[in-house]
Design a protein around this ligand. Structure first.
Ligand code: SF4
Length: 418
């Protein structure tokens, strides 16, 4: 559905996105407003709230579902917004088609990082629709890692025996153009009945040791809702670990408030997995947001995607990992781009990725080494596919050192052979 602004945006804006109070209070919905039947992003949120309210009564006030982040009036939601802000020239029809297929969502914290004079800006490449998205290769699919095949209930993915993914909302703070779930994000919140069913499922499966809160971005939800989910999970005896996947600390660092940290804190282990792809995203504000989590006892680990034109140069990747380590964020996964539709221009060849990782090993200590991960299509799971440093050689091994020199290693000890 299109996320382009409709003609009646001021009305939508006053209701959903907190424009000036004068417009918010009593403006009647103009007859031209057709958000109920369009893909307008603001209308989608209004509809989500309205449906939720109808279903759940008083508990389902917007404040119960969404954090105040959703009131951020400066978030850009269309190509017209981007053009008016001077971030792009007049959009091409192909660019408009790309934005219609997957809407624009750009919060100010990331918009501020874009250099509009740089046609290769690495932040812009991640968030601004591109004509390249219209190219869909034969191996690209809507559900590239096979969520649907492993989903026993709405919002729940049970792919590995010991852990489940709990998708609390399909909404994000930013629409990343390379998103592996770009065709699956629903602009909706998991209904209470579905949440209860998912929690019952987790309780009935004692092999589930870890629950991963994902989406969308779960931190877009209100503190009250997150608090409720975390409390319910920590009450399930067989769940030992709660993991939160989020881009919010870089997309909107202000969201990481003491109240949010309090909602996430638990006697059980809670890990925060930060999605961040370029060192420029780790602004002082983003670093401070991560520090608030870490200081409260919530370890932060990184998840990045290797992206052509964003972080596929050795010096950029190294700077990203150094920034993580210096911020006390543990480098965890560097993902190979998934086969999501319209994302081939972002994918880096596997051998190029391995060479990058090999170089990183030579320049950076073990603290800064992420695992390079390929998530196999059709839900077969994650596999580390980084560089291989040791290969069999008869009864012994050929082992490459960090400088690229190869050594024989085996029964007779170690000697350089090339
Ligand atoms: S934050 Fe994650 S889920 Fe949301 S659009 Fe970006 S990659 Fe996709």
């Amino acid at each position: 559905m299109a996320a382009r602004r409709c003609a009646s945006l001021p009305w939508c804006c006053c209701l959903a996105w907190c424009s000036p109070p004068a417009r918010r209070s009593s403006s009647p919905r103009p007859s031209c407003c057709s958000w109920a039947n369009t893909g307008c992003a603001a209308g989608a949120l209004v509809r989500t709230r309205t449906r939720a309210k109808e279903r759940l009564g008083r508990l389902a006030s917007p404040a119960f579902f969404f954090s105040s982040l959703m009131k951020h009036e400066q978030t850009m939601r269309s190509l017209d917004d981007l053009e008016q802000a001077g971030l792009i020239p007049p959009p091409s029809p192909e660019q408009r088609a790309a934005a219609d297929a997957f809407g624009v969502l750009l919060p100010p914290a990331l918009a501020r990082l874009i250099d509009p004079s740089d046609p290769s800006d690495p932040i812009a490449a991640q968030v601004i629709p591109s004509a390249h998205e219209r190219t869909v290769t034969p191996d690209e699919i809507s559900d590239p890692i096979g969520d649907a095949a492993h989903s026993p209930l709405p919002g729940l993915v049970h792919r590995y025996p010991d852990r489940v993914l709990l998708k609390l909302t399909g909404l994000c703070a930013v629409n990343c153009r390379f998103c592996f779930r770009r065709d699956l994000l629903t602009q909706d919140v998991l209904r209470d009945a579905d949440l209860e069913a998912a929690l019952a499922y987790i309780g009935a499966h004692p092999e589930v040791w870890e629950v991963i809160l994902s989406g969308g971005d779960p931190l877009i939800l209100s503190d009250a809702r997150l608090n409720r989910v975390v409390r319910r999970l920590e009450a399930i005896e067989t769940v030992s670990v709660i993991r939160v996947h989020t881009r919010l600390p870089v997309a909107n660092p202000e969201r990481v408030t003491p109240a949010l940290v309090g909602a996430l804190k638990s006697p059980k282990a809670v890990y925060v997995m930060l999605h961040c792809n370029h060192p420029r995203e780790l602004t002082p504000e983003a670093r401070a947001a991560c520090a608030r989590l870490i200081d409260a006892g919530l370890p932060v680990l990184s998840q990045s995607v290797l992206l052509r034109g964003v972080n596929d140069r050795p010096e950029v990747l190294e700077a990203l990992m150094r920034a993580f380590v210096a911020t006390r964020i543990t480098p965890h996964y560097l993902h190979h781009g998934d086969m999501a539709r319209g994302t081939s221009h972002f994918r880096v060849p596997l051998e190029t990725a391995q060479a990058l990782l090999r170089g990183l090993r030579g320049r950076l200590s073990g603290l800064g080494q992420p695992t390079y991960i390929l998530d196999l299509p059709e839900g077969h799971g994650k596999v580390p596919v980084g560089p291989v440093f040791a290969t069999r050689d008869g009864a012994g091994w050929r082992v490459e050192d960090p400088q690229g020199e190869v050594h024989a290693y085996g029964n007779a000890g170690s000697r350089a052979i090339g």
